[in-house]
Design a protein around this ligand. Sequence first.
Ligand code: PGA
Length: 252
Amino acid sequence: MKMMPKLLVANWKSNPHNVASAIKLAKFLDKKGIVIAPPYPFLEQVGKAVKYAELGAQDIFWEDVGPYTGEVSWRHLNNLKVKYVIIGHSERRKYLNETDELISKKVSAAIKNGLKVVLCIGEPAFIRKRGIKKAKEFVKKQLIRDLQGLHTTYNMLHTNLIIAYEPVWAISTEKGSKPDRPEDTVEMIAFIKKLLHTTYHIPKPKVLYGGSVTAKNAKDFLQEDTIDGALVGAASLKAKEAKKIINIAKDF
Ligand code: PGA
């Protein structure tokens, strides 16, 4: 039986250099089932350049409009056809000291205002070294804290919340990084889904994997029914490699 199509989210982070390169790459990756998350200043042009791919932002502020210098709210994103927003990426937790409390405000604001949230969670290396049981405990606490304030029966939560399990040590730009073992990913994602199901009553939780996904290993993750797709960073910036990953995802 064919499962739900896999979702691929291209997290371009602070790349590429200019809008012309962003448009070129976006056109190359323009397929159904793909979410492209470029830097804010490129959102409008990338949105105009694509026909099939959907648009994602890499962050959001929790308030509406007002005196919040430098911040971008759901209302601004609504103007740009943005459907998805990545929240709680480990780089923002690390470089901007984003806390679970702050992340939970962003998640609530985005969900309540109709955006699909890709909430990134995952344990750091020192936790994983203590074993997968400890990693699960960490992930559970992080998830519960990041979702605090959201009503468990809130309808939008069921359709608009997507989790990206991204163990921090697996992100390609981390020192000594390596992808997770797909069997461990499946175990962790099954654990996260069970938690979302029992605690938040989400009937069919959607959970992606992120961390050093490449054209070489994409099949190992995407062929697993438990894994609903991938959040792809570095490889999503390399046109040919990204296209290969898109083609692999189509098979499942
Ligand atoms: P990576 O990044 O694919 O380069 O490991 C993933 C991410 O940080 O979202």
